[in-house]
Design a protein around this ligand. Structure first.
Ligand SMILES: [Fe+2]
Length: 297
């Protein structure tokens, strides 16, 4: 190899990577370095700017704890998580044909092993359960790509409170509050009671918060419910359904709101009824059931 120059360094790095035995790792790392070097040549970071970038990355790790995953948050607010989700959506739809449900990013708040409940149960067990005007009845059908009901699918739900906090962020809420796992019946149906979630700001006490402030960005997400739906023989569907009356549908800080995932949060108007209801149906694609790593324990 020749001595390193500003002109040849990219080719030198790519050549060294050539002998990587794993072809996918070789492809990914060569592409990463090509784009990284092109970015550096375009931006020409100063030494203090480079130090700041390193500090930001170290800060992501330091701000990550059992309560919060700042690395995933960074990926979310850069639009990277949603872009990956949308690319994989297209692959899934091409593979499967007509019917599909769009995915949405997992986010930093999914916890494994939420309590199992019978259909119709209430997942609101904290002080928020007194906010009776926020009563929330949620139901849906889970079907395969041909429209047949899927019996015995696991529907894992997590959502924020009417104050906009997940239970792990809020001392007032009991452990695993506003989280639950349900099973679909023979018609593919599941249903549960809860309280209407509120939109919320992503955590802004770490480096992601510093970045958002320096970009004058609104840190809020519109109100939504998270769903993870699974059954052996089908790909795990991870998605979110957004409140159609939320004024932040077009300014989600994580860029997650695709049109098909906006659900009708219907005001209940029958005598004696208060609150809202949401009916939203889901389609699972055949394939391997593979769960993500939980961002927090
Ligand atoms: Fe969320």
């Amino acid at each position: 190899m020749a001595f390193v120059t500003r002109e040849n360094i990219t080719d030198q790095v790519l050549e060294v990577f050539e002998k990587t035995p794993n072809p996918r790792l070789r492809e990914v790392m060569q592409s990463l370095v090509s784009h990284l070097h092109a970015f550096i040549r375009e931006v020409e970071p100063s030494d203090p700017e480079f130090e700041l970038a390193c500090e930001f990355l170290v800060g992501l790790g330091k701000a990550t704890s059992e309560k919060k995953n700042e690395v995933i948050l960074a990926s979310d607010i850069l639009g990277a998580s949603t872009l990956i989700t949308l690319i994989n959506n297209v692959k899934r739809a091409e593979a499967a044909g007509k019917m599909k449900t769009e995915s949405a990013l997992l986010g930093p708040f999914w916890r494994k092993n939420a309590p199992h409940y019978a259909n119709g149960s209430n997942i609101s067990r904290g002080p928020e359960s007194n906010t009776s005007d926020q009563v929330f009845e949620v139901s849906g059908y889970v079907r395969d790509a041909n429209g047949n009901p899927i019996n015995g699918a696991d529907v894992d739900i997590w959502q924020a409170s009417p104050l906009g906090f997940y239970e792990n962020q809020d001392e007032e809420q009991p452990d695993m509050n506003l989280r639950g796992q349900f099973k679909t019946d023979a018609h593919g149906k599941f249903n549960f009671k809860s309280v209407r979630p509120s939109g919320y700001p992503v955590p802004v006490d770490g480096p992601c918060g510093d970045l958002l402030r320096s970009q004058l960005r609104d840190p809020y997400r519109p109100a939504h419910v998270h769903y993870m739906i699974s059954k052996p023989g089908y790909q795990v569907l991870i998605t979110q359904v957004f409140a159609d009356d939320d004024h932040r549908l077009h300014t989600d800080v994580t860029f997650s709101v695709v049109e098909s995932l906006v659900g009708k949060f219907k005001k209940r108007t029958s005598p004696g009824e208060v609150g809202y209801s949401l009916e939203y149906d889901f389609v699972l694609q055949a394939g391997e059931m593979q769960f993500p790593a939980p961002p927090i324990p």
